[in-house]
Design a protein around this ligand. Sequence first.
Ligand SMILES: NC(=O)c1ccc[n+]([C@@H]2O[C@H](COP(=O)([O-])OP(=O)(O)OC[C@H]3O[C@@H](n4cnc5c(N)ncnc54)[C@H](OP(=O)(O)O)[C@@H]3O)[C@@H](O)[C@H]2O)c1
Length: 267
Amino acid sequence: MKDKVAIVCGSSRGMGKAIAAKFIELGAKVVMVSRNEERLLSAMREITSKAVEKGDRTAVKRALAIPGDVTKKEDIERVVKETIEEFGTVHILVNNTGGPPAGYFEDFDDNDWLSAINLTLMSVVRFIRLVAPYMKKQKYGRIVNITSMSVKQPIDNLILSNTVRLAVVGLSKTLALQWAKYGITINNIAPGPIYTERIKELSWARASKEGISYEEALQRWIREVPAGRFGEPEEVAELAAFLASEKAGYITGTTIQIDGGAIKFVL
Ligand SMILES: NC(=O)c1ccc[n+]([C@@H]2O[C@H](COP(=O)([O-])OP(=O)(O)OC[C@H]3O[C@@H](n4cnc5c(N)ncnc54)[C@H](OP(=O)(O)O)[C@@H]3O)[C@@H](O)[C@H]2O)c1
């Protein structure tokens, strides 16, 4: 991954942050994107100072934080424009953002559905549209979308995620088939429960809805995982790094689960 240019969305915390850190460790030039500027800058400083401590003297120069909201077309355009100005091209795109809100069918109106589509699907459509010309021209690209185990096995109270994330899988598969000839691979990662702020927030929501303690809500997640624990963001980052590497050139159009066995289907 040395000197490859990567845009990692949603990278101020959680899986996105772990992926950005891994890419820096592997020598990439990394553009980190998320809404909260302070948290984004702090994440970037933490990642680069750890890399420098390990003897990576160019880490600071290879990291760029661009605050932006992936639900906004103009922000996506700005992120790609500034990436090109700074690093000249894009080799790797990691699409990642916050998940749509938890809830049941009866809880959501049209605006909620359209917001979920904008957040989860249109952010991916817009980023891919803008980076694809560079990837096609250089005959090299790696696109990795962070989705959810919900694309393989619906999660009871996450109807928006269960529905809209499948559109990302359909989009990825279609483009993977059409763009393999350009050396572009497109794959989805489908995480099971990973110990991040998101899982903590969902556990608080579950606790208050079901009248149980926060600890019990966490344990209920864990009981659904044969591995008997949450995954770590760094474990997801290892998979993302492989899919984004040159070595993964023959893997495209897949949706790979990383879930400690939580998904019960055979295929
Ligand atoms: N953790 C799990 O167990 C799990 C399992 C399956 C799927 N997932 C999905 O995987 C994705 C990442 O999960 P996570 O647990 O790492 O989430 P997280 O800890 O909540 O982190 C989400 C990241 O995305 C950024 N973000 C959120 N909305 C954004 C927006 N509109 N524009 C730009 N950046 C935005 C956040 O920063 P800002 O707030 O600063 O923007 C943050 O850096 C989510 O879609 C989640 O639903 C998570």
